[in-house]
Design a protein around this ligand. Structure first.
Ligand SMILES: [Zn+2]
Length: 168
């Protein structure tokens, strides 16, 4: 039953890069991505690049809102789960439900958990197990992979039913 994310992803073509072996809802050709994205976005999202720490304005963005995938627009993180990790990259303790998938990244002689958009496979960053409670996870994201929509509220599954909407 509980295969887990990694088990489910590992089946098809072992160590494929994002976009090459899997079927994503949004699947564009390399050329189409190149046209749609900025060079830096393309380098990070499609080629598993990493932006320089401290270069993303989103690292210091602490307002309420939703962080979307910069490639396909899928909502990925609620600002409520964002925290200041001090790393220079926007960091979150948890993604929105069904928003991201993970893979095992064995590059640079390390085993890390790679995180990509569930909808388009765009590379977002990595997840580490040294985050704050309650998840203990740190989703270390490239700001260039994210598109912040200030003031937006999470899609449907809001946690509490009786809490009044705080959007005025
Ligand atoms: Zn996406």
């Amino acid at each position: 039953m509980a295969e887990g994310l990694l088990g489910r992803l590992g089946g098809r073509g072992a160590s494929s890069k994002a976009g090459s072996g899997k079927n994503f809802d949004v699947a564009l050709s390399d050329e189409e991505w190149r046209q749609r994205l900025t060079p830096e976005q393309y380098r990070v999202l499609r080629q598993h690049g990493t932006e320089r720490a401290g270069t993303s304005p989103l690292d210091k963005q602490h307002g309420a809102g939703i962080y979307h995938c910069a490639a396909c627009g899928q909502p990925l993180f609620d600002a409520g789960s964002k925290f200041n990790s001090g790393t220079g990259w926007p960091s979150f303790s948890a993604p929105l439900e069904q928003a991201v998938e993970t893979d095992t990244d064995r590059s640079f002689f390390m085993t890390r958990t790679e995180v990509h958009c569930r909808r388009c496979g765009g590379h977002l960053g990595h997840a580490f197990e040294d985050g704050p409670a309650p998840t203990g996870l740190r989703y270390c994201m490239n700001g260039v992979s994210l598109d912040f929509h200030a003031g937006e509220t999470p899609p449907e599954s809001a946690p509490a039913g009786d809490a009044p909407k705080k959007s005025e």
